[in-house]
Design a protein around this ligand. Structure first.
Ligand code: FMN
Length: 173
């Protein structure tokens, strides 16, 4: 069995949360001592065909325009971040979900980063809906983690919360 943590990130905030979630979960798995491996991958490198031994996918995305990113919002973000990464422009969590092939008994838990104000939407909520739309039933909307503004930084305490949330996901493996 193994765990896959996949994230999309333009300014590095969702990446930092994904790393903290992965650290917490990896430590919790090591304490349990059953040899389950964890892999952390940016969505542009993640396999669309998820290997058969993966029983949990943790999927994180930045909230763009109330939802998951699209090519147009990524273009905007890449300009603001002053980077020109062609893979990041074409592939985000939305595109990964549209193409993903998951083993039958794989659980997916989503998370996002967002501005923690009313009516700002949630990529985790949209990703959960899109996965259900693809026919994947064992999908849970996980946590949202707050950024102060579009480029960040993460709000105080969010990395610690992400690590603790990751550790608690051990119950899903
Ligand atoms: C084009 C664009 C649209 C955004 N729209 C929203 C939004 O609707 N709601 C929200 O909470 N945050 C929104 N944000 C802020 C992002 O959620 C924030 O940039 C992201 O969490 C940072 O994550 P990253 O560093 O991993 O890219 C938007 C950001 C960009 C670049």
């Amino acid at each position: 069995m193994s765990v896959l943590v996949v994230y999309e990130s333009m300014f590095g905030n969702t990446k930092a949360v994904a790393e903290a979630v992965a650290d917490g979960l990896r430590d919790a798995l090591a304490q349990r001592g059953d040899g389950i491996e964890l892999t952390l991958q940016e969505v542009t490198d993640a396999p669309e065909s998820v290997p058969d031994d993966v029983t949990l996918v943790v999927l994180g995305a930045p909230t763009h325009a109330f939802s998951m990113s699209r090519a147009s919002t990524r273009e905007d973000a890449l300009k603001k971040a002053q980077t020109t990464d062609a893979a990041r422009r074409t592939t985000g969590v939305r595109e990964w979900i549209a193409a993903a092939l998951l083993p039958p008994r794989t659980t997916v838990v989503t998370f996002d980063t967002k501005i923690m104000k009313p009516l700002t939407g949630s990529a985790a909520k949209s990703a959960t809906k899109a996965l259900h739309g693809r026919g994947f039933l064992d999908v849970e909307r996980g946590e949202s983690f707050g950024v102060a503004d579009t480029p960040g930084p993460l709000l105080d305490g969010e990395l610690e919360r992400a690590r603790a949330w990751g550790a608690a996901l051990v119950a899903r493996v």
